[in-house]
Design a protein around this ligand. Sequence first.
Ligand code: GLA
Length: 390
Amino acid sequence: MPQRRPSIREQFYERYGREPDSIWLSPGRVNLIGDHTDYQGGLALPIALPYSTRVAGRLRQDRMIHIYSDYGREDIHLPADDLSGLVKRRPLRGLMGFVAAVWHLLEYEQGIDLLILSTLPIASGLSSSASLSLGILAVMTELLGKPVVTEQLIAQARRVENDYLGVSSGILDPLAIARGRADFALLVDALRQDGRHVPFDYARYGLTLWIIDTQTPRTLAASGYDRRVRETQAASHVLGVPDLRRATPDSVERLTDPVLRARARHVVRENQRVELTVAAAGAGNWDRVKSLFWASHQSLSEDFMVSTPVLDQTVGWLREMGVGARLTGAGFGGSAVALAASEQGEEMARRLTEHYRDQGWTLPRFLEVRRPAQGLRKVTEDKVPEDVID
Ligand code: GLA
């Protein structure tokens, strides 16, 4: 008989000899459309994924920090006082960096045992970083006996990224992860710093969503991202608006600098595409959604210039097969998101793999997303929830 994998609670007990007092499940996210809009007050349309980070924790009597993560089998033991030292030398890095950031942010005094299990691919543009921050934040907040308030957690997760890890990122990731809802997408409005659930029930129409990890390193992601943030700020400055959400398509075309014009054009039209996607999905017009995916990719590639030859080829091949596809997240490598008829999945994966093999590229990885998952949640039973992949 195949052996059942021990639950996170059992694994915690085995490792630390005590039951955990708090367990949270924090999913990854994929953005369906609306990329590079959030830092200009724009719109985005993410869903939470069935792939996630689970965090279990318990306070200790002493001031030791124990962290075990199944990703890379990291096993960290250190005195809590070392964390304060680490925080002084920001930007923080690695798993210990995340814990040190939260420890400092929540003004911790105590030692802690943490166990972290993940099914979410790292560095693939699926927001493993915000997923980890939110999971650790939720557990460490609860262990202090404080209420876990979503809005607070979202703001704190942004601080972890921006102030402690030195990564500039917008509201999209923490909002998507904290507020995700099964079978719905979240229409993120970065101007209001909030989101509204909108139906995105592709499964009911015989479609499946795929994340195709191109397995290309996102080496330029940080510097390229920061440059785009500056370019769009410059464009809104020239246009005399606080952000590009408040610019019109016509005004953008009057920008004389061709680079700023192209960047601003992407943002303004991408916001429109998000609204059109919400309307099309609501009306069950999936052919329209696919066309909007292709248009978004073209804009990210040509006007915003955050694609790569591998991503362009991938989306091109998928389009030939009639599969709606676009790069997702920050770009500069990472993943594409694709919407295909459910019975087409196997054939799509086979043909795309063949293309990659012909080119001599590292083969892509396919993650199936049968339905949008629920967002950040407390785990109370040992049973893995149905919408979660263990
Ligand atoms: C990264 C950032 C997000 C967003 C996307 C691009 O994922 O963390 O805030 O800007 O890139 O849409």
